[in-house]
Design a binder for this molecule. Structure first.
Ligand code: BV8
Length: 227
């Protein structure tokens, strides 16, 4: 049995599904209600900032009321109890890992943060952002959600790739494996010799790349896997 000292965990929308937050690509998911191109690209924001703000304002309010579930809590326990090194990377922007007491790397940004498109300043977003909101640092009317949209470079990639190249175990929880570069993380970890496990309700687009699979709802499978 190999020694596991360094673990990288990637989470996606599926870990927050049982906290009542819609996923993107499941039946009736977020992308069924909105086209990606209309709400999650820089071009969409240029074209119709009011629509994009409405989309993120609704999700910000929903996320504010949402509570972490047993899966988030189990990862927070793992992060505090594990003697080795845990890097928790999330594609989610809902802040539920923090609410459970964990520290996560937010590669796609956070609903709770605003970003100035002019000077790069970040601040805590109000519940509802409006078009033309002024940046508190440079006063330019260029506040936007601090979200990584399609075509934009995800945050903290150097740190994430370093962790993938030095980990002994890579686990993906509740992600469909359809969005890059996150979907490619399992291959990065495997090339570095890590063991790989996928925890999901069903097969994902990257299931073929994982050695092990634990099927079921995250609120059940993650606590069992952690404990
Ligand atoms: C980049 C914003 C380059 C935040 C998101 C062609 C043109 C342009 C780009 C591309 C292209 N082809 C590929 C690309 C790259 C593109 C991409 O991957 N496109 C896809 C659609 C093909 N990626 C990008 O554009 C990325 N940037 O490549 O930049 C670059 C390089 C240099 C310089 C500049 C730029 C940016 C990607 C980030 C985009 N932002 N969202 C937000 O609005 O939330 S992505 C969006 O999808 C979310 O962030 C989400 O997290 C992410 C992934 O979705 P999942 O989390 O996996 O959720 P999903 O619903 O899909 O799946 C849920 C899963 O949970 C399912 O498997 C389900 O079975 C499971 N599940 C459900 N319930 C449960 C469960 N599991 C367990 N228990 C349950 N109860």
């Amino acid at each position: 049995m190999r020694r596991i000292d360094r673990i990288v965990i990637l989470t996606g929308a599926g870990i927050s599904a049982e906290s009542g937050l819609g996923t993107f690509r499941d039946e009736g998911g977020l992308w069924a209600q909105h086209r990606i191109e209309d709400v999650a690209t820089p071009e969409a924001f240029m074209r119709d900032p009011a629509l994009v703000h409405r989309f993120y304002n609704a999700r910000r309010i929903q996320a504010t009321d949402a509570q972490p579930n047993a899966a988030h809590q189990a990862l927070a326990r793992l992060q505090s109890d594990f003697a080795g090194d845990i890097t928790l990377v999330t594609q989610n922007v809902d802040g539920l890992h923090e609410k459970a007491g964990a520290q996560a790397i937010h590669m796609h940004g956070e609903l709770s943060r605003a970003l100035c498109a002019t000077c790069g300043h970040r601040w805590d977003a109000p519940a509802e952002m409006e078009v033309g909101e002024a940046c508190p640092a440079c006063s330019a009317p260029s506040a936007r959600p601090d979200i990584v949209w399609f075509g934009e470079m995800p945050y903290h990639m150097d740190r994430i790739i370093d962790a993938l190249h030095t980990c002994d175990l890579f686990a993906a929880i509740g992600t469909s494996g359809q969005v890059y570069p996150a979907a490619g993380f399992v291959e990065e970890a495997r090339m570095a010799g890590a063991a790989t496990v996928e925890l999901n309700l069903r097969d994902s687009d990257m299931s073929h790349a994982f050695e092990d699979h634990i099927t079921g709802r995250a609120s059940k499978t993650v606590p069992t896997w952690v404990d």
